[in-house]
Design a protein around this ligand. Structure first.
Ligand SMILES: [Zn+2]
Length: 255
């Protein structure tokens, strides 16, 4: 079994007591590679520290998560832009738009997102994109910026068939995680119509644990539950589904 968790925050303090065991459980469950998107300035050091300890099964990305875009975002972005010069980063993430809690920093979020899309293009790196309560604005920006140079994952995709189609036509992959195992998630209804070569898996640990672990702290080993659920819907052997999605992640991130 080979699974790749394309979006996981196991450098988070929620794993400070059992980080090693968490990674061992992931490897035992067949999760051979874990991609770590950054969140803000404070997460860079713990993320790099984790990667240094587990260089074979982790890779790092650099970016400012939209909920962390505040007044000082320009200074944070210029620090991150310098950080990206180190060439250890396999992607730009996580970046995007989130107007779920409030839109106080809407203008700043839009600006930060556009800046980071430009980085991805200049560096030829794939993106890990976060979008919540912002579909229309997201699509407008991606349409404006897509010149063939943008690629990446719409992380934690839980939208409609129509929204999936828009993202696929814009050249993006769909990152499917624990939410797709929840009863009220509609992705299962159109999953068989999605191109298999555009699907990648993720946990977004420590958040959004799949059924039957819903409500618990999420971790990469639980990716198997999401994979199993989706493989059943597709009436595909689990091993084949895992291999196909892992191959997609490998190609996208040049792993
Ligand atoms: Zn995330």
């Amino acid at each position: 079994m080979c699974l790749i968790d394309t979006h996981t925050h196991i450098y988070d303090h929620q794993f400070s007591l059992d980080r090693h065991d968490t990674i061992q459980r992931a490897l035992d469950a067949g999760v051979k590679m874990m991609l770590l998107p950054n969140v803000d300035a404070s997460t860079i050091a713990p993320m790099l520290d984790l990667h240094e300890h587990y260089p074979d099964c982790t890779r790092v990305m650099m970016g400012l998560q939209p909920e962390e875009v505040k007044e000082d975002y320009k200074a944070v972005l210029s620090m991150m832009e310098k950080e990206l010069e180190r060439n250890i980063y396999i992607g730009v993430g996580e970046v995007g738009l989130d107007f779920y809690w409030d839109a106080t920093f809407e203008r700043q979020q839009l600006n930060a997102f556009e800046t980071q899309l430009d980085w991805a293009k200049q560096l030829g790196l794939p993106l890990s994109i976060h979008c919540r309560n912002a579909f229309d604005k997201m699509v407008r920006i991606l349409e404006k910026k897509q010149d063939g140079g943008l690629r990446g994952i719409m992380h934690c995709f839980t939208g409609t068939a129509e929204e999936a189609k828009v993202y696929l036509e814009l050249g993006f992959h769909l990152g499917l995680g624990g939410v797709t195992t929840y009863k009220n998630c509609g992705v299962k209804d159109f999953l068989p119509n999605l191109p298999l070569d555009k699907i990648v898996l993720e946990t977004d640990a420590p958040y959004l644990a799949p059924v039957p672990c819903r409500g618990k702290r999420n971790e990469p080993a639980y990716l198997i539950h999401t994979a199993q659920h989706l493989a059943e819907i597709l009436q595909m052997p689990l091993e084949n589904f895992a291999a196909a999605t892992a191959a997609n992640a490998k190609a996208l991130f040049k792993l």
